[in-house]
Design a binder for this molecule. Sequence first.
Ligand code: BUP
Length: 458
Amino acid sequence: FSGKSPHVAVLPGAGMGHLTPALRLAAMLSSRGCLVTLIAVKPTVSAAESTTISNFFSTYPHINRLDFEILPRKPPSSTNDDPFFIQFEAISRSVVHLLKPLLLSSSPPLSAIFSDFTVSMTLTPILEELCIPNYVLSITCARFLSLLAYLPHLINENSPKFGESDDYVHIPGLSPLPLSTIPPPFFNPTLFFTSFAISNALFLPKAKGILVNTFERFEPDTLAALNNGRVLSNLPPVHPIGPLEPYKLEKGEQLSWLDDQSVISVVYVCFGNRTAMSKDQIRELGDGLERSGCPFLWVLKSSKVDKEDTEEIEDLLGDSFLERIKNRGIVVKAWVNQEQILAHPAIGGFVSHAGWNSVMEAARYGVPLLAWPLHGDQRVISEVVENAGFGVWVRDWGWGGERVVKGEEIGEKVKQLMSDEKLRNRAMEVEEEARKACQDANGSSEKALMGIIETLRL
Ligand code: BUP
């Protein structure tokens, strides 16, 4: 490490949706002249996370690895039974007990930390003591970030409005959020998900800045509202730095199949790394894809944590289905390189759970979305996608689990997605806007990131 470059540490949260943007940021900081230490949380919840971390360090040997063995996770309880949230709690608790000596021993001393939102509550007091600035990396859109930041004000005894007297949630400076888009757990402050979000949100004003994987042209009004104090007067600057650059990885196996398909003909189907559909819904989705008549590449998951995902494709979908679709579609039950798939010219549409990383990856490559939000921030994100004209969303498909959406309906929507010229043209514009945001020197996202790095050099 040379004396002049700022030394920064990156601390990711749990799950691929948190890890991926943190790794991308680490690689971007490194290629822009920072000395980077990646804090590698051990053990991880999913196999995908541990494999990705190992591959990342082999590809970027100059990024320093700081192993962070966390305290044992708590067993599932009535207020928290999600393996990823259980990990959030364990990481947060471990930060209090174990991280300070590791940070103190960093050499050269740290100029800043870029940390996941989920450690704000426990990391902030330590960093204040050590006088290290903290930049929070938001893994969701600016609109949901606003909701998170404002959540402590919504859920308090003096605001009977939240979820009771109106069909909308009102956040200053934003267009009203329909109640139906708010994650249902937010109406119950005793749940871990909600109390943990509130506790961390209370520390956002103490951050030096908040980095968001979005770009000016995608969420202009929300970014303006956040940055001119309308959402909350005490928030630090919010820096849109997306779409984050993909980091280097090996070429995935599915690409050779895609190479044989016509341009923009294939629909890509993936619901992220922590969303599993019911078996009935999986069968209907298969039926829908078959009915759509479009070639498809479907990443299938039947349980939340990949290590527990042991069901065979044949058992989930049946041999006859696989036989019928064999010249037209492929179903994969393994980790794919989604970024490379979305970048492939054969991909013409994306049926997605509307996880924010997936949306920004699709924006980067101009692939329009059929959003099927299933939990968490995904409905607010679907609204953002729809308002940007970048995708469609069938509201009554539900949060998942309430009803099984029939293959006929799915097939129709997929056909519409793949044949909608207006949507495709708008997706190409979004791709161009995303490209401009990331352009050297003049791009809004590039300028925002370089501005932060320059501050750290002082
Ligand atoms: Br599955 C899968 N390959 O096979 P989101 C996912 N990804 O590269 P999340 C792969 O994981 P929630 C696979 O490209 C994206 O970067 C994908 O993040 C990558 O959704 C990431 O889209 C998934 O934010 O769900 O985290 O799965 O919305 O609950 O955060």
